[in-house]
Every structure is written in structure tokens, then in C-alpha cells.
Design a protein around this ligand. Structure first.
Ligand SMILES: *Cc1c(COP(=O)(O)O)cnc(C)c1O
Length: 394
């Protein structure tokens, strides 16, 4: 008779197979058990046709990878523990010492910070380009360039670039370049729903699943998706070497969010446009940034390339509204909470000092506030904005 301690670990009971539920089971493992020494020796850890070790995937993470690849119109997906980890993984997979990467000046801030610190320290230089001017990108590409970041629209200021024009510049240079250049889009805003990144010619799509796919403001995750097997293998093998694993419970939480993602994206799009248009008519506001608004930078490119828009808009206040008044406005909001990230159920806002984040001159004297519109009623959100704006006049 085995000791109870042994029995509790090596228990003979096996639950019947074939349990069918709506949601994908949460598989959690470091160790994966092999049936024999031969099976252990034969197992090719790089292949997705079986399981080797928890870090290299479980049925839960494989399922999420396939669904994210489908969402974005790609073929291959690698999951990582955050959107920023996905940015870093793309850099690590495609760059070596002596290479240069190009980043749009309005890119997600931590992408720029990573370039200025670790990338620089590892001998990888960077330059910032104006994403609204393909000629500026053409002028900054050199024989050292190996990776060009794209983002549509840019973070916070929401300029929508002419992606096909930027990609044409990269491809024309890449075709004569000895090593080629990889174009990587931060696709968090489009999320696979506003436009198909691969139809526009992007090589690799990075997505902060923290935002729409989760939708809950409670999980951090990122993905790197491609249609190209060789590029995927570079990303995937790099990820296996650096060990950016994703937890089963987190993958299950994103799978739950994914089921309602298309409905949330459309609903938040409608609410966001309504509030952005309403804000345009307010006395304190000089300009509203939202790619679907005529006059917002890059509106024509958005109109041509997109079928929807995400839940973000930014307002630039008139110069006579001081930063202290803008801070008071933000503090006065009741439903728009102060906090980073976006695409969750709760509306959020953050005031930004844009000039401190850009190398290009930011020509607006007034301050900027970025809003993320959640799932609350538009009427309640508009009333909230209205009462906070009234504080500026008072
Ligand atoms: C939030 C965000 C990221 C980073 O995602 P995290 O999961 O928060 O690390 C990257 N890019 C964009 C455009 C984002 O909005």
C-alpha cells in the first residue's frame, strides 16, 4: 500500500475524456509528461504538433494563438506577456549589433524608450521619422536599416499615416538592400478589425492584447503575428530562447474577451465618434483628434484604408485654457477615470505634454487630453464632459 502522500500525487482515477464545454479549458503546466523515453527523445520542441514544456505552449495558448492569427488575417502567432514584450520581441528577433531601426516620431512611447536604452546598449541605433511624410522615411532609410516600425494612428496624437505609401518606400528599398528590411506594425488600435494589416503589405503585426482582445482592463498580453513562415520562425525561436511565456489563466481570460470583441469594438467606435463630434462644438476646445473626423490629420488615408475606428480621441484645448484648468477639468470628471491603457469597460482620460514626447516641433500652445471611451452610456459620458467643461468657464 502506497503512502497517502504518494497516492495523492499518483492517484489512479482518470476523469472520462470528451468533456465538451463552451470555453477552452485552462491548461497550466511547467512539466509536460511523456509516455516513454522514446517519446521524450523524439519530441521536437520547435514543432507545434505536440507538447514539450509549459513555456512552449499548452492547448490553451495554442488555441489563443490560432484565434489571434485569424483575427488579424495572419497565419502564425506568438504570444508574449504584454504588448511591450511583443514590441521588444520583434526588435530582438530581427535586429543585431550594427543594425538601425526606424520609429515613427508619434509611436507608442515605451517603444522609443526601449530604442534609446537597451537597443542602443546592444549596438542597435535608431532614428525617428515623420510618419505623415513618406519622403522623410525614404530619406532616413539607409544600408543599416533592418526594421521599420509603423503605427496607425500614432499614439496620443492620432495622426493616421498613409500605410501603403510608407510600405512602398520600405519595399522599394528592401528589394535592393542586401539583407532586406522588415516592416512591423503596432496594430493595437486597428486590432484586426479596422483594417487588414497584411492586405496593406505589412510583414509583421504586433498587438497589445491587453487592450481590445482582453477588453477587461485586467490582463496583460501581447502577440506577434505574420503570414510569412520564415519571419514567424525568427520570432518564435527567439521567444523560445528568451522565455517570454504566457500563463494559462491569462490566456483563458483573453479567450473569453475575444468572444465579444467584434461587438465591443463596434459599440465603442459609435460612442467615441459621437463624443468626439460633440467635443468639436465646445468653446474651450481648439481641435479634436480622431481619424474618422474630417480635418483630423490623415483622415483621407483612414477613409481609404479602414472600415472602423477604435475608442480613442484626443482634444487640444485653446491656448487661453491653462494647464491648471485642464488638470481641474480632468479631476472633475466622474466617469472618465484617470489611468493608462484603453479599450476596457471603463472610460479613461490622461493629460499629456506632447512636446516632451516628440522630436518634431509640436505647434499647439494649448494642452492635450486623450480619452478612451468605455462601455458606459454615451449620454452619461457626454453629461460628465459637459459638467467638467462648465468648471472651466466658472
Ligand atoms: C498599450 C499599448 C502597448 C503596450 O501594451 P502593454 O500590454 O500595456 O505592454 C503597445 N502599443 C500600443 C499602441 C499600446 O496602446
Amino acid at each position: 500500500m502506497q503512502d497517502l502522500s504518494t497516492q495523492l500525487i499518483h492517484h489512479p482515477y482518470q476523469a472520462p475524456a470528451g468533456f465538451a464545454s463552451v470555453n477552452v479549458p485552462v491548461h497550466r503546466a511547467s512539466t509536460v509528461i511523456f509516455s516513454s523515453v522514446a517519446a521524450l527523445r523524439q519530441r521536437e520542441w520547435k514543432h507545434k504538433n505536440g507538447y514539450t514544456y509549459g513555456l512552449h505552449g499548452t492547448p490553451t495558448t495554442f488555441t489563443l494563438e490560432e484565434r489571434i492569427a485569424s483575427l488579424e488575417g495572419g497565419r502564425y502567432c506568438t504570444l508574449v506577456p504584454s504588448g511591450l514584450a511583443a514590441v521588444a520581441l520583434a526588435n530582438m528577433a530581427f535586429l543585431q549589433a550594427g543594425d538601425e531601426l526606424l520609429i515613427p516620431d508619434n509611436a507608442y512611447g515605451p517603444n522609443k524608450t526601449l530604442a534609446e536604452h537597451e537597443m542602443q546598449a546592444w549596438g542597435i541605433s535608431h532614428r525617428y521619422y515623420d510618419p505623415m511624410d513618406p519622403a522623410d522615411l525614404r530619406q532616413k532609410i539607409s544600408a543599416k536599416t533592418r526594421l521599420v516600425w509603423l503605427e496607425a494612428p500614432g499614439s496620443i496624437t492620432l495622426e493616421f499615416p498613409d500605410l501603403p505609401a510608407l510600405i512602398a518606400v520600405i519595399k522599394s528599398y528592401s528589394s535592393v538592400h542586401p539583407k532586406g528590411i522588415v516592416s512591423v506594425l503596432d496594430n493595437t488600435w486597428g486590432a484586426g478589425l479596422a483594417f487588414n494589416a497584411f492586405d496593406l503589405g505589412v510583414d509583421v503585426s504586433v498587438h497589445a492584447l491587453t487592450k481590445y482582445p482582453s477588453g477587461g482592463a485586467d490582463v496583460l498580453m501581447g502577440s506577434v503575428v505574420t503570414q510569412n513562415e520564415a519571419l514567424h520562425q525568427q520570432v518564435h525561436f527567439c521567444n523560445m530562447r528568451v522565455g517570454y511565456g504566457v500563463a494559462g489563466n491569462d490566456a483563458e481570460a483573453v479567450l473569453r474577451g475575444l468572444a465579444s470583441m467584434t461587438l465591443r469594438y463596434r459599440a465603442q467606435d459609435v460612442s467615441t465618434r459621437a463624443l468626439a463630434v460633440w467635443m468639436q462644438g465646445q468653446a474651450a476646445i481648439a481641435e479634436v483628434r480622431h481619424p474618422a473626423l474630417p480635418g483630423s490629420p490623415g483622415h483621407a488615408a483612414w477613409l481609404r484604408d479602414c472600415t472602423a475606428a477604435a475608442c480613442l480621441f484626443s482634444v487640444i484645448f485653446k491656448p487661453e485654457i491653462s494647464q491648471a484648468q485642464i488638470d481641474l477639468f480632468c479631476d472633475s470628471l466622474k466617469f472618465f477615470k484617470l489611468g493608462y491603457s484603453w479599450a476596457g469597460p471603463m472610460s479613461l482620460c490622461v493629460p499629456y505634454d506632447i512636446q516632451s514626447m516628440r522630436t518634431q516641433a509640436w505647434p499647439y500652445p494649448g494642452g492635450l487630453v486623450r480619452f478612451s471611451v468605455g462601455l458606459e452610456s454615451v449620454a452619461d459620458l457626454q453629461a460628465d464632459l459637459e459638467q467638467a467643461l462648465a468648471k472651466l468657464v466658472a
